[in-house]
Design a protein around this ligand. Sequence first.
Ligand SMILES: Nc1nc2c(ncn2[C@@H]2O[C@H](COP(=O)(O)OP(=O)(O)OP(=O)(O)O)[C@@H](O)[C@H]2O)c(=O)[nH]1
Ligand SMILES: [Mg+2]
Length: 479
Amino acid sequence: MSQFITVQVGQCGNQIGSAFWPLTLHEYGVQTTSGGVNLLKMYKNYSKNSKELSDAFSSFFYVPDSQQHSFAFKNVSDLEQAKVKARAVLVDMEDSVVSRFSQGPLSNLFDRTCTITNYPGSGNNWAVGYYTHGLEYYNRLEETIRLMVEKCDCLHGFLLMHSVGGGTGSGLGTATLKLLDDAYPHVDRFVSSVYPASTQDVITAPYNVLLATRELIEHATCVFPSENRALQDMCNMYRNGKRENADQAKYNASCLPFQDMNSIIVNMLMHLTSGSRFSGSLNTDMNELATNLVAYPNLHYIFSSISPVALTAPYIITTNNKKYYDELFTNAWSRNNQLIKVDPLQSRSLIIGAAHIYRGDASLTDIRRNIERFQSKAKFTAWSKEAMKVGLCSVPPVGHPASLLCLMNSTAISYLFKDIIHQFDKLYKKKAHIHHYLQVDQFENEDFIGSREKILSVFDQYIRIERQTPINISRLELN
Ligand SMILES: Nc1nc2c(ncn2[C@@H]2O[C@H](COP(=O)(O)OP(=O)(O)OP(=O)(O)O)[C@@H](O)[C@H]2O)c(=O)[nH]1
Ligand SMILES: [Mg+2]
């Protein structure tokens, strides 16, 4: 099984991480409680197939000082004794979120040498994150990542988690991404990027988003964007399985501002990597996904939607009802289940590449019927209609009999790029706040201009694809 190194940067990246690791452990049957972790359940779940679990576990975890890359679980009495560590690098230029890890049930999961923090952050300024901290911490980041890479015998990819609205995740996060591209050009770089809600909580977010997006276009293998507005809508819709009124939704949002939203992102990442971690009858590895979904180098922003939407507390459904499986597909294509608010199934959008990752038991007939339904619903480019990647992973997600992740590389994502430019122009036209950026060593106005041009050129590429009409060749001319 292939291995991943996660790199979580900034407040958002580390808060996603704090939801990611308990669920990852949970997927292997390890429960985290306030008192610590409980491996007992894992033994019960996997006693029949401990070899598979052991292989799968090494995708995200390792045992320090061990020559073995897989685990002999029968000898493990608890996580602490096994000294199992996460293949994770934790970075924040402000230490409050990362320091919380050292108190909770995950306290021994992270190697302390893989934590890079400072004080007091990057002040919501991409330039401070990218240039000031990026240069100051370059050697430390490079060394920490190198040591983590050396602990892998089958490194498959990096999984970067961050937001693009602030300073650290956005600036230092993309500086780290560039470092990964320079140092490990042949290792895939998958990025989960959180885009701010349109009612922005960071006034300089339009600048940070634009500057970070350029780097993501230039250095990522695939970006899986999520939008806080879409995540909020999903939470409001699915919390407790029913719609809430506006007051209730506001109250819930003030209690748990990001917990449920992050849990949606984490579930998406679990499904995304499931084929690389567990076996299945039609398994899809992450590198196959990239090959199938990315037709042109810069066009690698991948739309995602999931079904069911599993919020923080997993619940158990026991159903053998076939309709349940069909509904999984229908819901995954619904606008309510999208991690980003664009519309890939509208009549103008064209799909350049698509994939469905199914977890759980299903018959190939059921899958084929649903894929045909999808092909009749969506519009594709002239070359992409038959190229539907399907992944079947036999291990279902925690608390559900099955799940579906729908991934699309669609021209509809051009709306995101259009909005980034629009939001940037509004602020930049007035030259508001730009002095904070221009006073940072190495930052130049050209960073703004070049980023805008890059994003505009990607936008144009999508529009050109939309306008391409199939060429009819009536006959072949041999001479
Ligand atoms: N979905 C989600 N969004 C978050 C979370 N934390 C912050 N955000 C959003 O991320 C943006 C701000 O980025 P942060 O991650 O807080 O900033 P940072 O990377 O720590 O950078 P600085 O604090 O400026 O150094 C805002 O749009 C927030 O709404 C989180 O846990 N989940
Ligand atoms: Mg911060």
